[in-house]
Design a protein around this ligand. Structure first.
Ligand code: DC
Length: 223
């Protein structure tokens, strides 16, 4: 059994950036479970599923074979044999992932893959239900959050830097809608595990959040 650090929290809280840094510092593997849900969403979109029929999602999702590989310590998501890393970071795929991840068949499909990786590796795994459902015995659990305004501003800046035109109010509303879906679904809703440490990154930069998580790790694991 590897040493497991679970980082959960809402979209845009900085989980993936921080998780990647913590993993690099500790020489752990970084596992981005959101990317797996995004790969599933991409598959469903390619198959013409619109997202309003959970029955359709249940039947179509079984055709998606999702795996991860590592190249230069970066996670590569393989969907039916194809590297889909460059295709899953769009708002359309993210919104579909938020809808389709509420589906029990989709979650069941990805749960085994996530647990298998954590069983045989030291991992920093981020997502929505890692501390509550996937790795309930993780040595360290973090609930990383930030205000909706902070998260919307960060996303807005990110898109601007990529040269994409974007509407701040729409980004903010998308974040609020996604939070609502992620927190109110029946299966594995996003919530803070009882034994998770809350880290609010609204007034912290990436280095400060990374250091705080390493400090929590040292207190829990090294003590
Ligand atoms: O973290 P992200 O934005 O890449 O995740 C995309 C969607 O996937 C998110 O809206 C909710 C879902 N997700 C989930 O339900 N459980 C996880 N462990 C990770 C992501």
């Amino acid at each position: 059994m590897g040493c497991n650090i679970a980082i959960d929290g809402p979209a845009g809280a900085g989980k993936s950036t921080v998780a990647r840094k913590v993993a690099a510092k500790l020489s752990f593997i970084y596992v981005d479970t959101g990317a797996m849900y995004r790969a599933m969403a991409l598959y469903l979109l390619k198959k013409g599923v619109k997202g309003d029929s959970q029955e359709e999602i249940s039947s179509v999702c079984t055709g998606a074979d999702i795996n991860i590989e590592y190249k230069d310590k970066e996670q590569i998501v393989i969907l039916n044999g194809e590297n889909v890393n460059s295709l899953i970071r769009t708002e359309v795929v993210g919104n579909m992932a938020s809808v389709s991840s509420a589906n029990p068949r989709v979650r069941e499909h990805l749960l085994k893959l996530q647990r298998n990786i954590a069983a045989s590796n030291d991992v920093v795994m981020d997502g929505r239900d890692i501390g509550t459902t996937i790795l309930p015995d993780a040595e360290v659990k973090i609930y990383l959050t930030a205000s909706a305004d902070t998260r919307a501003k960060r996303r807005f800046r990110e898109l601007e830097e990529k040269g994409q035109t974007c509407d701040y109010e729409k980004i903010r509303q998308d974040i609020i809608d996604r939070d609502f879906r992620d927190m109110n679904r029946e299966i594995s809703p996003l919530c803070q595990a009882e034994d998770a440490v809350l880290v609010d990154s609204s007034d912290m930069d990436i280095e400060e959040v990374t250091d705080r998580i390493l400090e929590i790790y040292n207190q829990k694991v090294k003590a």
